[in-house]
Design a protein around this ligand. Sequence first.
Ligand code: OXD
Ligand code: MN
Length: 582
Amino acid sequence: MSSNTSNVALAEWVASVARLTEPEQIQWCTGSATENQQLTELLLETGDFQALNPDTHPGCYLHLSNPDDVARVEHLTFICTPEEQDAGPNNNWMAPAAAHAKIDALYRGAMRGRTMYVIPYCMGPIDSPLSRCGVEITDSAYVVANMRIMTRMGTPALARIEREGTFVKGLHSIGDLSPERRFIMHFPEELSIKSIGSGYGGNALLGKKCHALRIASHQARTEGWLAEHMLILGLESPAGETHYVAAAFPSACGKTNLAMLIPPESYKGWKVWTVGDDICWMRPGEDGRLWAINPEAGFFGVAPGTSEKTNPSALASLYKDTIFTNVATTDDNQPWWEGLDDRIPAKDWQGRDYDPANGPAAHPNSRFTVSSKSCPSYSEMAEAPQGVPISAIIFGGRRERLVPLVFEAKSWAHGVLVGAAMASETTAAATGAVGVVRRDPMAMQPFCGYNFADYWAHWLSFTEKATNLPGIFHVNWFRKNSAGDFMWPGFGDNMRVLEWIIGRCNGSVKANETAIGHMPQPNDLNLDGLEMSTEQLEALLAVDKQGWLQEMEQIAEYLAKYGERLPAAMQHELNSLRASLS
Ligand code: OXD
Ligand code: MN
């Protein structure tokens, strides 16, 4: 048995994985600078990393993945619970024994000739009671390099595991990278994950989607908290008061941009602080509020579209110590992607000479991995063990039509229905068609580790768990007019909507009561410095009752898939909304 840990379960698991996968050697990761330097040298030697221009981008590397392995693979992602109904219609399901047998056969001898890395990690600040630990075993040095940035990885995490005795087991092998032999399997009851055949982000960095969302959502349900696909930001007013907001948007809908928003010029003295850009764990505090941590330590952001205009803070973070995956490069070896600026790239994301006939130079789902600490707007409260108190929860989607700029749910239960009814046009973050409207409840469709009906019941139960719950809001930055142009400028100007939301939370601003919820009176939105006519604003805030009735029919049809398990309170909310619309 290995002497690398005093935790017997961990030592035994590592030994059994080694027997199955037969690595050439085993390396326990400590997270030290020397270890990172050695790994980087190895990655450069194997060609998994290419150094970028050391003058403009010191410590930055480019990784080009297999062209068949560039996004999450939802059709190959499984929740393996003893009862199929517990995974729900929202997940692919496989019986645990069958799943283990299938994937273990693929792991047999998979690490021959390779190093097996053992990565102890902590999701959340190392000293926070809200944090949870895991161990990822992987044969990919690229995964280790990413996990080092995305989690608190190494010796302190192992010490916590040894103290607490519990951890999530994540086994990952790149296998032969064949999509035919690729599976991402979750065993919530066993608190374990098995992933093979992909080296890409969400499939391979098991702390992120697999642990912090799919397994954690199950853990959160059992333990009375929430694991959500949400950014967390702090909004500081000129008076120095900071409100924290959590917001759920489907993948690649601008969560990173919103989390790092720079207020417009007219908002002197206002400041947005970034706590997290993707995942939020919240639990009721003794004061009855929800307190949240960002379980991650870095950003795995979508590169295309990130620019000085859309997200200056993200861009400022990317000039040192960043891993770029599947971006293009310029002739002086700087990273480049569509939307960055008007330079012409030299090489595309497959390392070919750039030719527009081959499509975009950077893959649309190309990414940067960078420490949160590199971000100029990073909040020091992101390291606070108690987390931050949440004043508002925002749901949003990418909707060209119907859905107004902002509305507020009438109650918590109504808010849960608003979240459950979220829909969005699909993006490149997952494989499959782009631009199709799909239901993405709470932006958790790809990430909820159990039956959505039980998940909504869990959300509804928070009225009994917390006495001072945040307000729930819905936003849509993506509405288009009949000419096909966006009606709202978005980005920094989203601050105007955030200000209204905070005003609602502290009772300083009124609202119009409409059939779908509370909405701003046009004068309540601060439009200083923005060229927008009253007609444009009215169009952005219009409630098309007929359109909403049709939407309600589609929502009812969608929810009906959950049958008897759908909480009665949801049906009740739906019926009362329909009544107020007709
Ligand atoms: C992500 C995603 O990578 O949601 O954050 O796909
Ligand atoms: Mn995400």
